[in-house]
Design a protein around this ligand. Sequence first.
Ligand code: SF4
Length: 277
Amino acid sequence: MEIILAKNAGFCWGVKRAMDIVLKTAESASGRTFTYGPLIHNQEVVDALAQKGIQPRDDFGGIREGTVIIRTHGMPPKVKKDLQKKGLKLVDATCPHVSKTQKEVEKHYKKGYTVVIVGDLKHAEVISLSGHSDDRAFVVSSLEEAERLNVLPPVLIVAQSTFNKEIFHQIVEYYKKKFGSVNVFNSICRSATNRQKEVLELAKEVDAMIVVGGASSANTKRLVQISESTGVPTYYAETAKHLDVKKLKKFKKVGVTAGASTPDWVINEIIEKLKKL
Ligand code: SF4
């Protein structure tokens, strides 16, 4: 079997940077170290960090000391203030790409713009972006949702960094037609779109595709959708133990890609398992 690994498989630069910050903080911090929610959408990584004493936590109710690391998705300003008031130290590992979008949202919101975020309402990045508009932003994930909303100009449109580019453009065009002009901050991350473009090309070259990543990772799910859209048989696996190789025996050429929060060791285990075929 020939195995082709996508060039952009695995950690993006924002996640690599966050991992470095987390590991350095864990070494130097006195007291307990937490991440605000799971650092990334990958259980393998979250478990490995927990073994180093870095615990994910959403609720800091009874906690009055320690360090909280803000993950790549960022944190709403109100939550930041509440944690600081409790006496917790904050370390910011928000991806710089997401920080830029947060600043645009805040700047325009303060100037009186209606902020529209194109993304998934419950995604941590969208929650952090919305927090920069005092939670007054409108969140839409489809053109139909945008059409149903009664939004007043002036409007700023931003996107969740890993969101579908085509849907974002449809929504932008809809608002442009409706209001004549709108402010658009295209915050879809190039690292995510390059990975998606590469899957599209790789899927056309191989007999089957394997997409590796966390079960709750939005960008991994998107890679699966893109690969499936080409018609090539696509197999999703969170880790090597979830990959059923019996189904893959019949293929001669297999492509492998992975979401932005998938560590190299998980990808390598998958490759090793395939090599045995
Ligand atoms: S996908 Fe892009 S925005 Fe998200 S963490 Fe990676 S580099 Fe940052």
